[in-house]
Design a protein. Structure first.
Length: 429
């Protein structure tokens, strides 16, 4: 009963939100001679596609639900205009009004969903009870995610559960089949975490072979597909040109501050490992003193424990070479802004693996060949997943996952999270 009540609340709030967006669009477009009843067809189309995407029934996380909302709205937009063309009829509103309405809906609906769920999921009866079978590493990771990620609306428990998650780690096929049969008799929702955790199967094609009752799941090395490379490169160049008008005045201000803080060049240039194992000059703002090598040598002599720390994390806890303005630039990641020039030159991407130093090539190990098949990025999955708190190998694992599972949506999420990390200065030094 409670799941139907929850769905009804979500539907009601969506209807109210769509109505408010309609009135706001009227106000912005400076028109007031339209009535909402003439717009009902569009709202019904949106709600129907929300049902199709299981917006009202599935417990998605924020980013997956936002993706499904945007996909449903985009499809609704095309259905509306296709219907108008096929039926040779026109709505009471111009195309510009409808377009503006859908743009506002894309901006507003995910935020309204987040606010509403933040309120509703604080009420225990509205949370779905979930049981996690097993005590392996996968179990602990999933359990912690369900506890930390309130947007899912899940409550981990050991009895009276409505949903079961079965991790496959440390279990053979027979054990997994037995657990599936067991829990399907107790509840209707049973999820299995696959053995393979290095691939994202959310958008994979699943092929059904009815005669033998088998399925196959398509996997791809997504960032090595020509079509995806073209899309990513186009996104990079377009984004760079849009950012340049903002970057230029910031560049002049930072350049003056660097000159006032210490003597030396404004830009720091260093050879880094690039795509196809080709070296390139990576640009950053200078954040260290000119005689940094001498300063570091003296510091390490006095603090030998920093050597061990660097071996693990490839950074120093307290780097004495950094200037005053350099600390600010690093804390805000503004020191990496000049890498926009590298993006324009086709040497880097907005999002990608870390631009590794030449002396780190051997440390990449077996991951080197795959990582260096993609352009390095100004930001990346490693930067929004712990940054300084990750070991060198953990960063590599994240970058391999990113390359195998790339999508433009993942790039968008990483860029949004990068802004959050920069603002909160999480993991920045």
């Amino acid at each position: 009963m409670k799941k139907y009540l929850l769905s009804l609340i979500f539907i009601f709030i969506d209807i109210v939100t769509l109505y408010m967006i309609f009135n706001f669009t009227l106000m912005v477009s400076d028109t007031n001679n339209f009535e909402f009843r003439d717009f009902i067809f569009i709202c019904i189309t949106i709600l129907a596609l929300f049902f199709y995407e299981k917006i009202y029934t599935a417990h998605y996380d924020f980013w997956q639900e936002t993706y499904n909302i945007l996909k449903a709205l985009l499809l609704s937009y095309f259905i509306v205009f296709a219907s108008m063309a096929l039926l040779t009829t026109t709505l009471s509103y111009p195309a510009s009004f409808i377009t503006l309405y859908f743009l506002f809906a894309m901006l507003v609906l995910p935020g309204v969903k987040r606010l509403l769920k933040n309120f509703l999921y604080k009420i225990p009866p509205f949370r779905k009870k979930v049981y996690i079978a097993g005590n392996c590493t996968q179990s602990e990771v999933i359990r912690q995610e369900f506890i930390d990620n309130w947007y899912l609306g899940l409550e981990v428990c050991n009895d009276s559960y409505e949903m079961v998650v079965i991790p496959s780690e440390s279990k053979d096929l027979g054990e997994i089949n037995q657990e599936i049969d067991k829990y399907l008799q107790l509840c209707s929702e049973v999820y299995v975490v696959p053995y393979v955790t290095t691939m994202n199967f959310a958008h994979s094609n699943i092929m059904e072979y009815s005669n033998i009752r088998y399925n196959t799941i398509q996997i791809e090395n997504r960032l090595l597909i020509t079509k995806n490379i073209v899309i990513k490169n186009s996104f990079d160049f377009l984004s760079t040109f849009l950012v340049l008008p903002v970057f230029i005045p910031i560049h002049f201000i930072i350049s003056i501050l660097i000159k006032l803080d210490s003597s030396g060049k404004i830009l720091f240039r260093q050879h880094r490992l690039g795509k196809d194992n080709k070296n390139f000059l990576c640009y950053k703002y200078r954040t260290m003193y000119e005689n940094s090598d001498d300063i570091l040598e003296k510091y390490l002599y006095e603090h030998p424990e920093e050597i061990e720390y660097y071996e693990m994390y490839h950074k120093y806890k307290n780097d004495p070479r950094i200037t005053n303005i350099g600390r600010v630039l690093r804390a805000t990641s503004l020191d990496e802004l000049p890498q926009l020039f590298n993006v324009l030159r086709g040497e880097m991407s907005f999002v990608g693996p870390r631009p590794y130093m030449l002396n780190e090539a051997k440390k990449l190990g077996t991951d080197k060949e795959l990582i260096l098949q993609a352009k390095p990025g100004i930001t990346g999955l490693w930067q929004v997943s712990g940054r300084n708190n990750l070991t060198f190998k953990e960063r590599n694992n994240l970058e391999v996952w990113y390359i195998k599972n790339w999508s433009l949506w993942i790039d968008f999420i990483i860029l949004i999270k990068t802004v959050k990390v920069v603002i909160s200065k999480v993991g920045a030094k």
